[in-house]
Design a protein around this ligand. Structure first.
Ligand code: ZN
Length: 488
């Protein structure tokens, strides 16, 4: 078949879907910074930060701002609305306290609608065809501690039927009062998911939650499936291959599944991982674009033309990614030498102010990891693992340590230091481990669950050290980064 006929056939099959250029979305992509809510800069903002922003929004009278209810610890849960069209759209975010990416995007969207000089025609069209309701930060008590569950340690997304938590009750009451056409259930997912059997991170994953164990597609779910198809195509322009589908197992206790069952076309959006975007600011921008795109397509009814086969073609999330993979390292034990890959993940730990995090690394896998990928992924063919050492000639203070030339110590394999007095902290903002007890030892241990601390040699020379999972190239020009742990 010649090329022109092929293209014509695709056009016939896909209808107007093929004709969508997503110009609005491309323009949002380039103009995003103008709308970005600059006071939200990282993942650790709290309820008090959004209270300030919402009281500003109250003043401009564009949004209808209400308190829908209060969390278990008495924090207000807000419901904002804008528009006067027939199509009702309901978006809620952060029912898991440590999943804040979409909340930031909702405030960017509030700025988009508050602005009075750009996209005026599109906004007018949207607001005359749709009424949009927003509930940002459904779980403010969890957000306060940057944890998933609410103050009663209950996962709100397993409380959609029993409704024992005030937050779940509020969400359900608002949902029942709105009977919206479309619902957007906004979450963050593990940053280590890949989009299908690939080495590409699942930056955004979608799901049209099922309505029963049979995963039946009724007309309500079909609309969600069609809209996701269009959003998938659109996002593929910006992040090709980085979009996936979340597990579609039916969960009767979850809100998405329940809302879909109750007649609102519901879309789950999961914000995943992106290289060098720990604070998820790029993923936030993608949320801004995809949510505005969805709102516009609902207002236009244009998603109706999207074939459902696109949704079916979206790859599922796969656990394919480690934070770190070191490959082809030689490792000697009891006289025999083998070649191994090492997969390492970092755990983020909150500091006392629930604000900053340090990292604790763990060896998660050892062996042939050729089917996995790492955010940091290094081939060490020709190198071998060797033991670390603890510098015990003299004990030292942290201030003294900061002035040391670490290169001289790394070259000899010293990555652990004995400190003068014990410190009431678990970590140090330097790529070394500290020991406050002379009798304790920190040794290289290559086993599942161990902390990755070792040196990497070639021809007897130490070229790299790994301290608490952070790789350091040993050289006078290196800028050593990462944090170590304090062993007591
Ligand atoms: Zn979640």
């Amino acid at each position: 078949m010649n090329k022109i006929i092929t293209i014509l056939l695709i056009l016939l099959f896909n209808g107007t879907a093929m004709l969508q250029n997503y110009e609005f979305e491309q323009s949002l992509y380039y103009n995003y910074e103008f709308f970005k809510e600059k006071s939200l800069q990282n993942r650790f903002f709290k309820h008090s930060d959004i209270v300030k922003l919402i009281s500003n929004l109250k003043k401009n009278n564009l949004f209808d701002v209400n308190v829908a209810g209060k969390s278990f610890e008495g924090r207000e849960i807000f419901l904002l609305s804008i528009g006067n069209g027939n199509k009702k759209i309901f978006l809620w975010s952060q029912m898991h306290g440590d999943e804040p990416t979409a909340t930031m995007a909702l405030f960017d969207i509030f700025n988009f609608f508050s602005d009075t000089s750009n996209y005026q025609d599109i906004k007018k069209f949207i607001l005359s065809n749709a009424k949009i309701y927003f509930m940002p930060m459904v779980n403010p008590d969890g957000a306060e501690l940057f944890k998933r569950r609410n103050a009663l340690s209950i996962d709100l997304n397993r409380d959609a039927n029993r409704l024992q938590t005030p937050e779940a009750k509020i969400l359900m009451n608002v949902f029942d009062s709105l009977k919206a056409d479309f619902g957007f259930n906004l979450h963050d997912q593990n940053h280590r998911y890949a989009a299908g059997n690939s080495f590409k991170t699942a930056a955004i994953s979608f799901l049209a939650p099922p309505i029963n164990y049979e995963k039946q597609v009724d007309s309500v779910r079909l609309n969600a499936i069609k809209l996701i198809g269009s959003l998938y195509k659109m996002l593929n322009k910006f992040i090709p291959g980085h979009i996936a589908k979340y597990s579609d197992d039916y969960e009767p206790r979850a809100f998405g599944d329940t809302f879909q069952r109750k007649g609102t076309s519901t879309i789950l959006v999961e914000s995943g991982g992106w290289q060098d975007d720990q604070e998820k600011q790029f993923i936030r921008k993608l949320n801004f674009i995809l949510l505005l795109s969805a709102i516009k397509q609902i207002a236009e009814n244009s998603f109706k033309n999207i074939p459902e086969t696109i949704y079916d073609s979206i790859p599922f999330n796969e656990e394919k990614i480690f934070d770190v993979v070191f490959r082809n390292l030689l490792y000697e034990k009891n006289g025999s030498k083998i070649k191994i890959d090492i997969g390492i993940n970092f755990e983020e730990v909150l500091d006392d102010d629930k604000n900053v995090v340090y990292k604790k690394a763990t060896i998660e896998d050892i062996g042939d990891l050729s089917v996995f990928y790492g955010y940091t992924d290094v081939d060490f063919t020709g190198y071998e693992i060797s033991d670390i050492k603890t510098y015990t000639d003299e004990s030292i203070t942290i201030d003294e340590l900061k002035k040391l030339n670490l290169t001289e110590f790394y070259k000899k394999g010293f990555v652990n230091f004995l400190i003068k007095k014990s410190i009431d902290k678990d970590w140090v903002d330097l790529p070394v481990n500290l020991l406050s007890n002379e009798k304790k030892e920190i040794r290289t241990k290559i086993s599942i669950g161990a902390r990755p601390n070792f040196v990497i040699k070639k021809n007897g020379k130490i070229d790299f050290v790994v301290v608490n999972g952070f790789l350091q190239r040993v050289s006078n020009n290196s800028d050593y980064k990462g944090n170590g742990l304090i062993y007591k």
